[in-house]
Design a protein around this ligand. Structure first.
Ligand code: TRP
Length: 328
């Protein structure tokens, strides 16, 4: 089976955009690939985190992923900091990474602007740690959003550089930009992507929102000036709501348009909200159940970390041997 690697940072609440674009894909991919999925807490601390909050989010995220259908028996779901090989390989890869190329990474430049008071070494090293994540598991594919593509490219460059210098060691991974999924946009400004860090609380629907909150946010969603419910270039608000409906209902755009033809905007927005709330309700219940059984959840994460440990050690030993580290 081909190997798949991905990770998510335990920072910020996930939105329905993350669910459609990332979480649901991870679940789908677990049947076709040997999957390693990490909760990237080491990446998270490159910006300031509250320790208790970080720990809480890490567990919540694990519970959420399992509640969304990730099967801990099928894939290795684990917490990045529980497997020390990530930091260890990162160190070796640091010696192959040029300061120039790291400082040119788009996300580093963006985050340096955003966190101007805390431009730490970890922020610059972020993509190298990410390369270590991926290369440790000899991943064939890395499902990521478009914003992470440059980081996967660095992982490829570093794999090739290492292989060139020390001999064949790493598999060169391919980014898997999952297409065909609609882009879920802000409910308040459909020209931009729905974001977990939007300042407007009505812009994003979070996976943790209760039914009333979801319905209220959809009720307030911006629409367009005429009253037709069709997907069109000049109707970004309605198109976004239709995309959300299709993604949650599992239907096609023409089916959705036919279903809503002639309906008023108020009724339409309520129907979209209800569809989303209906899908999220059982996920939220399952997440709460998992969080109330902390031992079971801890057991899943331990099993995941053990699998990750085994796979990563194999690669790390090889790397240490190749670079000339003394092993007694
Ligand atoms: N940087 C990724 C993000 O914020 C998370 C991540 C960390 C990751 N390590 C990874 C993604 C390895 C893919 C592969 O989305």
């Amino acid at each position: 089976m081909k190997i798949m690697y991905s990770a998510v940072q335990p920072s910020g609440e996930l939105t329905i955009g993350n669910y459609i674009g990332a979480v649901r894909n991870w679940v789908r991919l677990q049947n076709e690939y040997d999957c390693y999925y990490a909760i990237a807490d080491m990446h998270a601390i490159t910006v300031r985190q509250d320790p208790a909050e970080l720990r809480r989010r890490t567990l919540e995220l694990a519970a959420l992923y399992i509640a969304c259908g990730l099967d801990p028996a099928k894939c290795a779901l684990y917490v990045q900091s529980n497997v020390s090989a990530h930091a260890e390989l990162c160190w070796v890869l640091n010696t192959l990474t040029y300061v120039g190329e790291a400082s040119r990474m788009t996300q580093f430049k963006d985050k340096s602007q955003k966190h101007a008071d805390n431009i730490n070494m970890g922020l610059m090293d972020y993509p190298v740690l990410m390369a270590a994540d991926i290369l440790l598991y000899q991943a064939d594919f890395v499902p990521v959003g478009a914003d992470q593509k440059q980081h996967v490219e660095l992982a490829r460059d570093l794999a090739e550089r290492f292989n060139g210098r020390y001999g064949e060691t790493f598999r060169v991974p391919e980014p898997l930009i999952v297409k065909g999924e609609a882009r879920i946009c802000s409910l308040q400004d459909p020209s931009k992507k729905m974001s977990k860090s939007d300042e407007n609380p009505n812009a994003s629907v979070y996976l943790s929102d209760d039914r009333d909150t979801i319905l209220r946010k959809f009720k307030r969603a911006v629409t367009d000036s005429d009253d037709r419910i069709v997907a069109a270039e000049d109707k970004p608000g309605i198109t976004n709501l239709l995309n959300i409906y299709c993604a949650f209902k599992g239907c096609t755009m023409s089916e959705a348009e036919a279903y809503f033809a002639g309906m008023g905007y108020g009724e339409f927005k309520l129907a979209v909200g209800e569809t989303v709330a209906d899908v999220l309700a059982p996920i939220q219940a399952e997440k709460q159940r998992l969080l109330s059984e902390k031992d079971v959840l801890a057991g899943y994460l331990l099993a995941g970390a053990e699998r990750a440990f085994k796979a990563s050690r194999k690669t790390l030993s090889k790397v240490y041997r190749k670079v000339g580290f003394y092993r007694g």
